[in-house]
Design a protein around this ligand. Structure first.
Ligand code: NAP
Length: 253
């Protein structure tokens, strides 16, 4: 059997697909041939246009606020109603709150844990229930972080959520690998998106971060697409429970 990165005939669900890394991942998966359910709370017009312009996979928008688990079953149901199937889930939507640990509020703790970890688990559960009921294989790709490996500063709930997400990725891989569901994560380094705007606007933090990246530049969102296509495709069928850094060499330093 040859190695295939082709996603033709597959349907992927991408959360937070309106901007940043989620948008780049959605466009990359569509470029490999997948149809994409674009899930989020904001307009997906830009992503829909980019996918249409590429002329490969189709896209369909599903409105959902992922700050609670209320919409999770509906996201799977609407995807299947639209395309007849759901093969790939990319848990990308995430938020970050910055404050010194001594000042950090319960609200900022809960908000981050809810979107970055709780909803990810229950959406993955709804997706896996669908696959298991249909006796079909599937792929889950969680968007982790360098804070899955490192401590960071001033982002306690973010670090807790992303470190927890690495553990959850491994647990779900252990439970579901035998059912033909691959669960893996990508740990992006420092990418140019809304998430990192505050860091890039801080001249000192920007210089410190840039000085440690062997590749010498902040990641551009489309530099993440290849890893997502790999983990979504047949090429990664024997890959389970990894957290794959795409970081310009940051962790190698
Ligand atoms: P971003 O531009 O801020 O994108 C975050 C995405 O999550 C947006 O689409 C956002 O939608 C969505 N989202 C947040 N809360 C949501 C909610 N309650 N319901 C539905 N969607 C929600 O940042 P990004 O960098 O692309 O982040 C994407 C993922 O990568 C996150 O999990 C982040 O932690 C992770 N990450 C980013 C970096 C980096 O350097 N940029 C590094 C490591 C990991 P709205 O636009 O509607 O808010």
């Amino acid at each position: 059997m040859g190695i295939s990165f082709d996603l033709g005939g597959k349907t992927a669900i991408v959360t937070g697909a309106n901007t940043g890394l989620g948008q780049a991942i959605a466009v990359a998966l569509a470029g490999a041939g997948a149809d994409i359910a674009l899930v989020g709370r904001s307009s997906m017009a830009e992503t829909e246009a980019a996918i249409a312009a590429a002329g490969k996979g189709r896209s369909h928008t599903i409105k959902a606020d992922l700050s609670t688990i209320e919409p999770v079953k509906d996201v799977i149901d609407q995807t299947v109603t639209w395309s007849g199937r759901a093969d790939i889930l990319v848990n990308n939507a995430g938020i970050i709150k910055r404050a010194d640990a001594v000042d950090f509020t319960e609200a900022d703790w809960d908000a981050v844990m809810d979107v970055n970890l709780k909803t990810v688990f229950f959406l993955s559960q709804a997706f896996a229930r669908h696959l298991i009921a249909e006796d079909k294989p599937g792929k889950i790709i969680n968007i982790a972080s360098l804070l899955s490996f490192q401590g960071g500063i001033r982002i306690p709930s973010y670090t807790a959520s992303k470190s927890g997400l690495a553990g959850l990725t491994r647990l779900l891989a252990c439970e579901w690998a035998g059912k033909g569901i691959n669960v893996n994560a990508i740990a992006p380094g420092y990418f140019e998106t809304n998430n990192t705007e505050a860091l890039r606007n801080d001249a000192d933090r920007n210089a410190t971060i840039l000085g440690r990246i062997p590749a010498g530049h902040w990641g551009k969102p489309d530099e993440l697409g290849g890893a997502a296509v790999f983990l979504a495709s047949q090429a990664s069928d024997y890959v389970h429970g990894i957290v794959l850094p795409v970081d310009g060499g940051w962790l190698a330093r």
